[in-house]
Design a protein around this ligand. Structure first.
Ligand SMILES: O=C(O)c1ccccc1NCC(=O)[C@H](O)[C@H](O)COP(=O)(O)O
Length: 242
């Protein structure tokens, strides 16, 4: 079994969180649009402790979140445990210290995981087109909507866009990191941004290192930017990215 197959298998057997949700849903979509309207670059800052690409960090989240919340539209928090070092507890604790919307980044393949996302305080969830068939993707989007959780549906190819384009998701993520090879290509994302027509809020994800990258993606139609590694290594760089 490769890492992705293992992650998906583990996803089917995640614990069921019993907690009651403590906060109202806070719209990530509105937060992104608000910043865009103010002329501020809408960034989603990610908190992750490790990744299959070899990223590793023991950074504590308190200072990271407290500092970045002054600048960003929201946070993305990895909750996959084995390969990303995340947990539901981390997301829940982050939701207690910030009023910014939180995207739960995980490999969601079951409705139970969406129940958990709601209970731990997530405001939006990631759904990855390449690991879900059309029927399940549609069901999961609608299930999330029943909680008023927003959905960011992530694609890597035009074929995946064709598969998801008629569904009622909130944000369209275009990830520059190939899930299978882990190679990062902003050029691939730029090609997709150019080819995808329609009224979508497009979020460029992964591999963003500089203001130059942001401007290139923005010029080609990206409306928001999800940044992990670069901010985890140096949160102060946010001031150059806005
Ligand atoms: O981060 C990884 O190595 C990774 C590998 C395989 C699947 C997903 C992965 N990460 C999840 C993400 O989508 C990124 O953490 C996110 O877009 C931020 O990327 P970056 O700014 O490059 O850390």
């Amino acid at each position: 079994m490769n890492w992705l197959e293992e992650v998906i298998e583990n996803s089917k057997n995640r614990i069921k969180v019993k907690n009651e949700r403590k906060k109202k849903i806070n719209s990530l979509k509105e937060s992104l649009i608000n910043l865009q309207q103010k002329g501020v670059t809408p960034i989603i800052a990610e908190y992750k402790r490790k990744s299959p690409s070899g990223f590793i960090s023991d950074k504590d989240y308190h200072n990271y979140i407290n500092f970045l919340e002054n600048y960003v539209a929201g946070f993305s928090v990895l909750t996959e445990e084995k390969y990303f070092g995340g947990s539901y507890e981390i997301l829940e604790s982050i939701s207690e210290i910030t009023n910014k919307p939180i995207l739960m980044k995980d490999f969601i393949v079951t409705k139970d995981q969406i129940d958990n996302a709601f209970r731990i305080g997530a405001d939006a969830i990631l759904l990855i087109a390449s690991i879900l068939n059309e029927d399940l993707l549609d069901q999961l989007i609608n299930y999330a909507r029943s909680y008023r959780l927003e959905t960011l549906v992530e694609i890597h190819t035009y074929e995946e866009f064709e598969k998801i384009k008629s569904f009622k998701f909130d944000l369209l993520g275009i990830n520059s990191r190939n899930l299978f090879t882990l190679n990062v290509s902003l050029d691939n994302t730029i090609k997709l941004l150019r080819n995808i027509k329609g009224d979508y809020i497009k979020i460029a994800e992964s591999g963003i290192k500089s203001k130059e990258d942001i401007l290139k993606l923005k010029d080609n139609g990206a409306n928001g930017f999800l940044i992990g590694t670069t901010l985890m290594k140096n949160p102060l760089i946010i001031r150059e990215l806005l």
